[in-house]
Design a protein around this ligand. Structure first.
Ligand code: CA
Length: 364
């Protein structure tokens, strides 16, 4: 980015010289531009339009940016399939068809296997731990380095909090029950599921209900009680398993085309970053509040059976997850640095959790 910036600065200096202008003229140009120029952006999202939590969060972010910028940056939000299909958001923003996108990095694992580490990794870090690693532990710099070849500038813009294990029509009593079980489960978790004997498919949220209803899949995870209730998954599945071993605190991303980002004056860039941080907090709080209420609704009003995964299943899933993390580390130098940074942070966080959150949850 700094190379692009210096090119832009050099170009600006040349233009000023060409016009015969001096320092004052340049200062006027720079000072006037932010106050008058209106930017109109398209944001493609991977979520069904206005899906509670993620979809409505993307809308709140856009409204906040517009209000904070006094209308100088207007962002039109498109639901999955409105501008591009959910799983084409990365390419659309990378290629400039949309200036911005909102989704989750693990959807892009086919292009960049290590991307999953910036959303959620099975047996990885929880929401506060992910936020801490990305903002204060070097994660963000690595993420920006990983996306730079795609002309994308990522930032944290939401979190689903710890998810649920998913919806099943078959009881899971042992590892044997995973054999041949076709489940919608994205990211590294899908690979884990495959190696544990199941079959994994990736489907966007908008296709889960009909796929499960028609029997195209035997099970699906989505998010947690709040979102799952909104999709109506309880009406087509009997058992709701926990915990969400596969997504302990999924980070949602805002991705911005690098040329669009560089075209913004610094104050609008600061507004976008501030609004992204605000929606990250706000969405996290929303999920925390609504998941608790929604779980109660699912159990008391809809008779959902909530069950823990058996120990042998969890043990095997953990073993495979650690194996895949080690494999991802071997992909290239960047993957090694990302995985090492992630795992080192997880170990520190885990040690501290034992004397803080874990210990406290046990005594409350
Ligand atoms: Ca999920």
């Amino acid at each position: 980015m700094s190379a692009r910036k210096s090119v832009a600065t050099a170009f600006m200096a040349l233009s000023v010289l060409a016009c015969g202008g001096g320092a004052n003229e340049e200062a006027n140009t720079r000072a006037d531009a932010p106050a008058t120029q209106v930017f109109e952006w398209k944001m493609a999202t991977t979520w069904p339009k206005n899906l509670p939590g993620m979809g409505t969060g993307a809308e709140r972010f856009a409204r906040q940016v517009e209000a904070m910028s006094a209308g100088r940056l207007k962002i039109q939000v498109y639901g999955a399939g409105e501008l591009v299909p959910a799983l084409d958001v990365f390419d659309a923003v990378s290629g400039g068809a949309a200036e911005m996108g909102h989704g989750a990095a693990y959807y892009w694992r086919g292009k960049l296997p290590v991307a999953a580490f910036f959303t959620a990794v099975p047996f990885g870090m929880t929401t506060p731990e992910m936020n801490a690693w990305i903002e204060w532990g070097g994660g963000l710099e690595l993420w920006r380095e990983a996306y730079a070849p795609f002309d994308l500038y990522p930032m944290v813009a939401g979190n689903t909090t710890l998810q649920m294990g998913g919806w099943f029509n078959r009881e899971i009593n042992s590892l044997e029950d995973l054999k041949g079980l076709k489940m919608r489960i994205p990211g590294i978790a899908g690979e884990v599921w495959q190696r544990a004997g199941g079959t994994a498919v990736v489907l966007p949220g908008g296709e889960l209900f009909t796929s499960l209803q028609r029997g195209a899949i035997d099970a699906t995870e989505w998010v947690g009680p709040y979102n799952d209730l909104a999709l109506g998954l309880h009406s087509i599945a009997d058992y709701y398993y926990y915990p969400g071993w596969h997504e302990p605190g999924s980070v949602l991303e805002a991705i911005i085309n690098i040329d669009a980002w560089n075209s913004l004056p610094p104050d609008l860039q600061a507004i976008v970053e501030g609004a992204a941080a605000a929606i990250n907090d706000s969405m996290t709080n929303e999920f925390s509040a609504r998941n608790a209420i929604s779980l109660q609704t699912l159990v008391e009003e809809h008779g959902v059976e909530v069950r823990p995964f058996p120990d042998d299943v969890i043990d095997r899933l953990r073993e495979i997850s650690e194996e895949i993390m080690r494999e991802t580390r071997e992909d290239d130098d960047l993957s090694r640095r990302i995985v090492d940074s992630f795992l080192a942070f997880r170990e520190q966080a885990k040690a501290y959790q034992q004397v803080s959150d874990v210990a406290y949850a046990d005594i409350r």
